[in-house]
Design a protein around this ligand. Structure first.
Ligand code: ZN
Length: 434
């Protein structure tokens, strides 16, 4: 039976090792699933020992026997802005059609690397995910924040672009948002909801790639933070805060933010508060490590900032893991420049950095699969686990990541990718454009 001619309802994949995402791996296992038929999402019907397959599935045709099967991976912090320069201010003059064309290749590279879901923390994915959902171009599922919400002179502002020019470009579709005061903040959240956001992203401190602000400086007032979280919460959306500095992290948590992005200057008190609020962390080591190693890829001011932030970020990540903070993996990748460290498709390197920070291979895999959807709070899809009723988003590997985690960053070792039970990649047939 050809793996390509999938039209029927039920299929089975046998595997030497099934890694479910959460829980213990299972040897000599099988997984039975239905395919996405355009109406219902392809779902897992059974995942467990081959010896215990329910009678109803015994005669389901087996389409592949693979060494390792695990959930499609989640990258919880990416940007689909299609910047190719490393200078974010250039976004103001980037034609949207060019962004769309570049992004088509970016998302194909992402799914080819085994990532079947992206939590996009700002970018054009909010608009063009429809092209993927319609199977017009191959790509992962995209859960987008739309425009990240920033104050004037904040991390989401483009500091060298005249403010009036930037606001005009935003009006014409650039997914950024620069607002001040409670009323504008409230309206900004509503605008992202209207555009289809699955999560709200706010800038609670300065950052590295924005020119003039300090990553340690808190941004937005308490009233503004509370207004944005209140508005999002009423619509069952979780709020993610870009936050490096301690003061901004604490203010965001007190306002009800559920996920801290970067979390570079975590003090013991901030870690305690994260625990108390049941907040999660996405440390984004990739962008820090590769940023330090590639000085030519960003403006000089940004490079100076990243040298300090990287060290703090590594320490905070270790401390958070030790304290038992729930983490998900995110890279902050976002450059449309194939061949660089920041390019889409390099996402799997985040697993190695999670191990460096103190996770076991199994913990890192849980953080890069099962914990991903949990970052979306009430909007979390049933995804990221090989478990009955979950999305049939799966990857097969030629080698076990429990023995060598680096395999998750080696695109040629990720032999198969299924999304909603549909084959996206198989040996000799990578995902298009790459
Ligand atoms: Zn980011």
């Amino acid at each position: 039976m050809s793996i390509q001619s999938q039209k029927q309802a039920r299929w089975r994949i046998d595997t030497d090792l099934l890694i479910p995402g959460r829980g213990d791996p299972i040897r000599h296992a099988t997984l039975v699933y239905t395919t996405d038929d355009g109406e219902a999402r392809g779902q897992i019907l059974y995942a467990g020992p081959l010896s215990a397959v329910p009678d109803a599935y015994v005669s389901v045709p087996c389409i592949a026997h693979v060494p390792v099967l695990m959930p499609g991976m989640w990258d919880c912090h990416v940007h689909l802005f299609s910047d190719a320069s490393g200078n974010l201010d250039a976004l103001a003059t980037l034609p949207h059609s060019l962004s769309g064309m570049r992004s088509a290749r970016d998302v194909a590279a992402t799914v080819n690397a085994g990532f079947t879901s992206l939590r996009e923390m700002g970018g054009y994915g909010i608009d063009f995910h429809a092209a993927i959902d319609e199977a017009w171009i191959p790509g992962p599922r995209i859960y987008s924040a739309g425009a990240p919400i920033s104050q004037t002179a904040g991390h989401g502002d483009l500091h060298t672009v005249p403010l009036e020019v930037l606001q005009d470009t935003i009006k014409h579709g650039l997914p950024l948002c620069v607002v001040d005061g409670v009323d504008e903040c409230t309206k900004a959240v509503r605008a992202q909801i209207r555009r289809g956001a699955k999560v709200i992203k706010i800038m609670a401190t300065g950052g590295v790639m924005s020119r003039i602000d300090s990553p340690r400086a808190a941004q937005f007032t308490r009233a503004e933070l509370e207004a944005m979280v209140g508005e999002a919460t009423r619509t069952d959306l979780s709020v993610a805060a870009h936050a490096h500095g301690t003061e901004g992290i604490v203010a965001a948590l007190k306002a009800g933010v559920k996920t801290i992005e970067h979390g570079s200057y975590l003090t013991p008190e901030a870690i305690e508060l994260m625990k108390e609020k049941k907040a999660m962390l996405v440390a984004t080591r990739c962008v820090h490590v590769w940023g330090v190693r590639n000085p030519g890829n960003m403006p000089v001011e940004s490079y100076r900032k990243i040298l300090a932030v990287d060290k703090a970020n590594a320490k905070s990540y270790e401390a958070a893991i030790k304290a038992g903070i729930k983490c998900a993996l995110g890279t902050d990748l976002g450059m449309s420049k194939a061949g660089t460290d920041f390019y889409h498709g390099m996402n799997g390197r985040e697993f190695g950095f999670a191990i460096d920070a103190g996770m076991t291979p199994l913990q890192a895999i849980e953080a890069g699969t099962t914990n991903g959807p949990e970052m979306l709070g009430p909007q979390a899809p049933r995804s990221g686990q090989l478990k009955k009723g979950y999305d049939a988003d799966l990857i097969a590997l030629s080698e076990s990541p429990l023995e060598r985690i680096g395999v998750l960053a080696e695109v040629d070792k990720i032999t198969h990718v299924w999304k909603g039970g549909k084959v996206m990649k198989m040996p000799g047939k990578p995902v298009g454009f790459v």
